[in-house]
Design a binder for this molecule. Sequence first.
Ligand SMILES: [Zn+2]
Ligand SMILES: [Zn+2]
Length: 327
Amino acid sequence: MSAPELYILGSSSATPTRDRNPSAQILKFGHDKIMIDCGEGTQMRLIQLGIRHTGLDYICISHLHGDHYFGLIGLISSMNLMGRKNALHIIGPPQLKQIINLQLLEGGKQPEFDIIFHPTNPNKAEVILKTNHFELSTFPLKHQIHCTGFILKEAPKERSLNIENIEKYQVPISFFKNIKAGEDFQNEQGEIIAYQLLSYDPKPSRSYAYCSDTIFDLEIVEHVKNCTVLYHEATYLEALQDKAAERFHSTAEQAGIIAQNAGVDHLIIGHFSSRYDNLDPLLQEAKLVFSQTSLAIEGLKFSIEPGAASEPAIKTPIEFSQVVNLN
Ligand SMILES: [Zn+2]
Ligand SMILES: [Zn+2]
């Protein structure tokens, strides 16, 4: 499977700005699309970027501050109007089920598709679901209210066959599956050939960790250790460290420290305070600690690939229309 792709749909904290919406992202694993947070304006971003919500079967909501889910009911409504039939999985705090159900009930229109809620646990790390393509797990974040991070990891891959040795030891085709699953081969003479000799280790599974919102907390490190790409909030510059702590948020430098300690390949920072028009100082600050850092700019597409990727694959950032003077 080609590398998972991450699309940034929103990277502002709390309130939108002229060119930033509140938090939202889409991660594509083959044909599967997983949305992570769904702030206000997310549908417009999907339209601007030409991303359909067909195949979007999973939506993860980190917590119930409005900048992370106020776009959700609108998206559900549009999915229904467009004739969706597939079940939609929503992963988030338990109270979210009640909120969505009340909005649907009072709107007098129940969707034609099932909504399956998966409650998150703010106190311990958990695997929420496994599909043929990926595994989704959550871990606790320290914020003002119940908040969890998410880890999405490719399903373990099969071992690949060492054709030279397969021929040498005359392994029948019918046994290939067993070798890929890690089983030794016994030939007609009773000789046992180790599967390691007949196959290669699978490529490591690529993974993506999402941390928003959280106070600086080194306990996060153990949860996101060795992930391929880490997204970590960086609401403020270090100069506002006190404000960050007071509001249970992090600074760009602190995001860099988490990435460095976790040994990830790449860090993406986001959830920027609306006070920053120019995001460069946030990038530079994080890079001083962890050089492989990028900004979550809306419209960018990142490849979730191992190795110290220099710059992400970039989709043209969204261009905003010029203001037309009607006078
Ligand atoms: Zn937020
Ligand atoms: Zn929050």
